[in-house]
Design a protein around this ligand. Structure first.
Ligand code: CA
Length: 461
């Protein structure tokens, strides 16, 4: 018979594979809003220095083919919080503004969230920033796994005026906050306080900035920093990004000060590509923008830092997706993923540590109204937005006319190879069709009445 101690360890592992408290790293998940693929220093933009975000790439792994599972804020966050393609549970679209959102809008209660999974493993959980996963009480962050919340429930917020939007106020927990400083700085400061208070226990901090989403608003100090940029909108955007970079710097400095860097797994992504026309947020050589299944809508800055546990300064070209963040965090926390959770994301740690040279995913998939995409190796089959159309939420996608690109040779999706490689089209179409058959219909379609004053469409019967 084995010694008792060994037996106990085995039992603990079998019962839920939860690591001993000392082994559980903290999880810091930083999400930028509408930050395009081409804007960070480490992504090749020399105009706006971002040394603190770049430090994550320097001290960790930067994925050049990092994706999100939707081209819009809310769907992407639904995927992030569940590790599952959001189309599986009907969370395909944004809800529209708070006053117009359908009553059932929110991350479906059938889904278990990222903080719920970590809470079950003994973590304290805090969220500081933009939620965008439901306005009704049952969808509130405090009801969906967070112990603490300071932020707002909607899709965007003014940066200086906490009381600007009564339908979408700044909340501490469930209490309305009428006065607050620049939201970027406030959300980082709250995160720092949360880390300080919980320094001696495992914590999960979710820091989804509203920066650099519209409206374009920045503190004078940062506008001065970019006085050399003549275009006012671009100058303001640069100031907003620089402010977010400094804010992230204060959080990273706190980790260093508390000697938590080697015990904290840090993720940084943007929730979707840049809407260049509205806020100048650029996607580099990628085609398309936020709201589109072209690369510019779904490929984003994507980094992981875990000092001493994940290689420093590595650039990884293998495709990954934000759905991978939850399973990676769970693996680090010693939580065994159960098959019945039906996660789509994979644990990236073996890939990060060089234990697995293969691709984390056989294929990646997207469906967004009348748009679709599938990536298989270097190949991508895609149907972007229709000619002259914006977001067509009411139309269902068909594969007729889908275009084929080889992203290794053609990152800008400029040469459609569908006619030249019909066998590839068939292969990718078959993979996407199989995946699509597993999805359900969208649970809501946003109304655009009042928002744009036009383009209102009747929901398809
Ligand atoms: Ca967004």
């Amino acid at each position: 018979m084995k010694p008792l101690r060994s037996f106990c360890c085995f039992s603990a592992f079998a019962a839920g594979a939860i690591a001993a408290p000392a082994d559980r790293p903290n999880i810091l998940l930083i999400v930028a809003d509408d930050l395009g693929w081409g804007e960070l220093g480490c992504q090749g933009n020399p105009q706006i220095p971002t040394p603190h975000i770049d430090s994550l790439a320097k001290n960790g792994v930067r994925f050049t083919n990092g994706y999100v599972s939707g081209p819009y804020c809310s769907p992407t966050r639904a995927g992030l919080m569940t590790g599952r393609y959001q189309n599986r549970f009907g969370h395909e679209f944004n809800p529209g503004p708070a006053e117009q959102a359908v009553a059932n809008f929110g991350l479906p209660l059938s889904e278990t969230t990222f903080p719920q999974r970590l809470k079950a493993a003994g973590y304290v959980t805090g969220m500081f920033g933009k939620w965008h996963l439901g306005y009704q009480p049952e969808f509130h962050p405090l009801r969906r796994g967070f112990d603490e919340f300071l932020g707002f429930l909607g899709g965007a917020h003014r940066y200086f005026d906490a009381a600007a939007d009564r339908a979408n106020p700044i909340l501490r927990g469930t209490a309305v906050v009428d006065k607050m400083d620049y939201t970027t700085e406030a959300f980082a400061r709250e995160t720092v306080g949360f880390i300080e208070r919980n320094r001696s226990r495992p914590w999960f901090a979710y820091l989804p900035f509203n920066a650099v989403h519209a409206p374009l608003e920045a503190p004078e100090k940062y506008l001065q920093r970019f006085a050399g940029i003549a275009d006012e909108r671009r100058r303001t955007f640069a100031a907003m990004l620089s402010s977010m970079d400094d804010a992230i710097g204060t959080v990273l400095a706190k980790l260093a000060e508390l000697k938590l860097e080697e015990n904290t797994l840090v993720f940084f992504i943007s929730d979707n590509g840049g809407p260049t026309a509205s806020i100048t947020s650029g996607n580099g050589p990628l085609r398309g923008f936020k709201s589109q299944t072209w690369e510019g809508g779904i490929r984003v800055p994507w980094m992981i830092q875990w000092k001493g546990r994940v290689p420093a300064g590595r650039v990884d070209d293998r495709p990954v997706i934000q759905l991978d963040i939850l399973p990676t965090a769970l693996a680090a926390a010693g939580v065994a993923v159960k098959p019945e959770w039906r996660l789509d994301g994979v644990n990236l740690l073996p890939f990060l540590r060089g234990e697995n040279d293969g691709a984390p995913h056989a294929a990646l998939f997207w469906r967004f109204g009348a748009q679709m995409a599938v990536r298989l190796g270097d190949w991508k089959l895609v149907k972007g937005p229709g000619a002259g159309a914006g977001v067509e939420e009411n139309a269902r996608v068909t594969l007729a006319g889908a275009e084929l690109y080889n992203l290794k040779d053609d990152i800008g999706e400029s040469t459609n190879l569908a006619t030249k490689h019909p066998e590839k089209v068939r292969e990718l179409a078959a993979a996407w069709t199989k995946w699509n058959a597993e999805l359900i219909e969208p649970k809501w379609v946003p109304t655009r009445a009042g928002k744009a004053g036009k383009g209102v469409k009747k929901k398809a019967k």
